[in-house]
Design a protein around this ligand. Structure first.
Ligand code: B12
Ligand code: SF4
Length: 486
């Protein structure tokens, strides 16, 4: 079978850039435009080895490199018999519009979707999107392989665990497939389908190029109310991860790795073992991770730095303890201060993410979070609005009426539309806090100087000038931003 694994063309990134471009840049005469930041999708690349092993012809098409029209033109050339797409809730609205368009143009192609949104939304995805034929819920590797086997051999699909499909006028679901317990047994993602040299991530993502990403674990045992993740955490061994990195170094000349584990530092033993592997094998790579502030120690950070770690992203969320408690973050302001200052003191970059619109939060507390962010020795900060996503506690509590909103647009998952405003705050205040947070954080001379010193290329320079100029000229926007594709 000819199979195309497709990431849906630019929506979120494009929207973000449109959001930024709505403001007038004083540097517009330099014709500096934001660059789209794209990285390959492990969700799809993990599936590929299973169908390649069965002799299918597999193409990975990075839709995010293309406009929808260009992706469509490429698909006309490729003529796929089956198309696999990965979908998050954030992407759903735009993706389903595009999938319907594609199905109209390629009626004989079988469309299969998987990922977090089909897993959580299930039958509703088929009901809301006529363009989709099959959903794979949960982990996809074995399910996708069996589904493709059944479709290509013309045998029954009913015995394939973990799928949702149309039958007559209805929709059927087969029983769930148990997860792969030992994820070391999975083949590495098909990196050869998406060569690292084709990609240029944002400067906050890489230290050197070429850059690649690694999934070192699946799941997270914590229970933050805004997040849905598999609580059943499975970690790859240090040796298995180092084998994948070694492959990337030897075959694609990779010099930089981003770990996308929810929390890389869950096991100090594994961190140690991983650092040992990198050093023992003499792998010349820099790497970056996500971590919780309460799951790092100075000794661990020192070890990581020595083995090439250059950046740590911490989900900080708030500068007000009461709001951290509401989020069930299970962290304290002191832990945040300690983790960030130790990371910076050791010469690694620290990246913090923050959110506004936490249930019970006031506007003044939002301002206190901005003060707190500026008081930390962070290199980057991102401020977003809490968006209730399916599967999260905050979403379920809103539906059950346990949280009182002053605004809640149900099932509007696109972050830019401020779908949720807690009682005691207004949408305008949340929009203001997001812009003010970025403006105040990035316009500090100390930070600007730090960034100038770290500049690595002309492209970085262009991105920084663009970013700073937009932030500097930011005006508080009242107009709601609507999706463009429907
Ligand atoms: C890497 C990552 C990113 C990368 C994405 C890069 C890329 N090219 O994929 C970046 C940094 C860009 C990113 C951005 C954002 N992300 Co993100 N991200 C992740 C992260 C950490 C890992 C995803 C991943 O690759 N997992 C590993 C793969 C192997 O697992 P998987 O995706 O579940 O795929 C398996 C199955 O789902 C299934 N499957 C998946 N797709 C398909 C397709 C087919 C055809 C089949 C058969 C099966 C299948 O099989 C796969 C293998 O078993 C997840 C959290 C997580 N741990 O999953 C969050 C996560 C996906 N992100 C999330 C969010 C909220 C965001 C942002 C909105 C953050 C922000 N505020 O800006 C943006 C928006 C992105 C968007 N457009 O949707 C949420 C999405 C929640 C939701 N319901 O939509 C998640 C789940 C985090 C969370 N727990 O809240 N993210
Ligand atoms: S926000 Fe981070 S720590 Fe909290 S549950 Fe999600 S992945 Fe785990």
């Amino acid at each position: 079978m000819k199979i195309v694994l497709l990431t849906m063309p630019a929506t979120w990134e494009q929207d973000q850039h449109d959001f930024m471009n709505q403001r007038i840049s004083p540097f517009r005469w330099l014709r500096i435009k934001p660059l789209v930041n794209v990285v390959p999708s492990p969700s799809l690349l993990y599936l590929a080895p299973f169908v390649i092993a069965d002799g299918h012809d597999v193409v990975y098409l990075e839709g995010l490199f293309h406009s929808f029209e260009r992706a469509r033109a490429r698909l006309r050339e490729l003529k796929p018999e089956l198309m696999g797409v990965t979908i998050t809730s954030v992407d759903w609205e735009n993706s389903r519009w595009m999938l319907n368009e594609l199905k109209r143009e390629f009626p004989d192609t079988v469309f299969v979707a998987g990922g977090i949104h089909p897993t959580l939304w299930g039958e509703r995805c088929l009901e809301e999107c006529a363009g989709l034929d099959f959903l794979v819920y949960g982990e996809g590797e074995h399910t996708f392989r069996e589904l493709v086997q059944a479709l290509s051999r013309g045998t029954s699909i009913e015995g394939v665990q973990g799928i949702i499909y149309r039958k007559g006028a209805g929709v059927r679901r087969t029983p769930p497939r148990p997860v792969v317990e030992d994820i070391d047994t999975l083949p590495f993602p098909a990196h050869h389908l998406a060569p690292a040299s084709d990609y240029l991530p944002s400067p906050t993502f890489y230290n050197r190029l070429p850059h690649a990403n690694i999934i070192g674990a699946r799941g997270c045992p914590y229970e933050c109310i805004f997040c849905h993740t598999d609580r059943h955490t499975r970690m790859r061994s240090a040796g298995n991860i180092a084998d994948e990195i070694q492959w990337l170094v030897e075959n694609q000349g990779v010099r930089d790795i981003a770990f996308w584990d929810d929390t890389f530092t869950l096991s100090e033993k594994r961190v140690d073992a991983f650092c040992d592997e990198i050093e023992k094998r003499g792998l010349d790579v820099d790497w970056a991770v996500n971590a919780r502030v309460d799951r790092v120690t100075e000794g661990m950070l020192r070890r990581m730095k020595k083995a090439g770690c250059w950046r740590i992203l911490f989900g900080i969320e708030s500068g007000v303890q009461k709001n951290l408690d509401t989020l069930k973050k299970r962290t304290t302001l002191d832990q945040i201060r300690m983790a960030v200052s130790a990371t910076s003191a050791l010469g690694m970059e620290a990246y913090g993410t923050f959110m506004f619109g936490i249930p019970g939060e006031t506007f003044e507390e939002g301002l206190a979070t901005i003060d707190f962010a500026c008081s930390l020795d962070l290199d980057y900060a991102v401020f977003v609005n809490l968006t209730p996503l399916p599967g999260s506690e905050v979403y379920n509590d809103l539906l059950a009426g346990k949280i009182k909103p002053s605004k809640f647009t149900r099932d509007r998952f696109n972050f830019k539309n401020v779908s949720f405003v807690p009682e005691g705050m207004t949408e305008d205040q949340i929009r203001f806090l997001i812009q003010e947070g970025h403006r105040r954080f990035y316009m500090r001379p100390r930070l600007v100087w730090k960034k100038i010193r770290r500049m690595r290329s002309l492209l970085d320079l262009k991105k920084y000038i663009n970013g700073f100029s937009l932030i500097a000229t930011a005006r508080y926007m009242k107009r709601p931003l609507e999706p463009q594709l429907h």
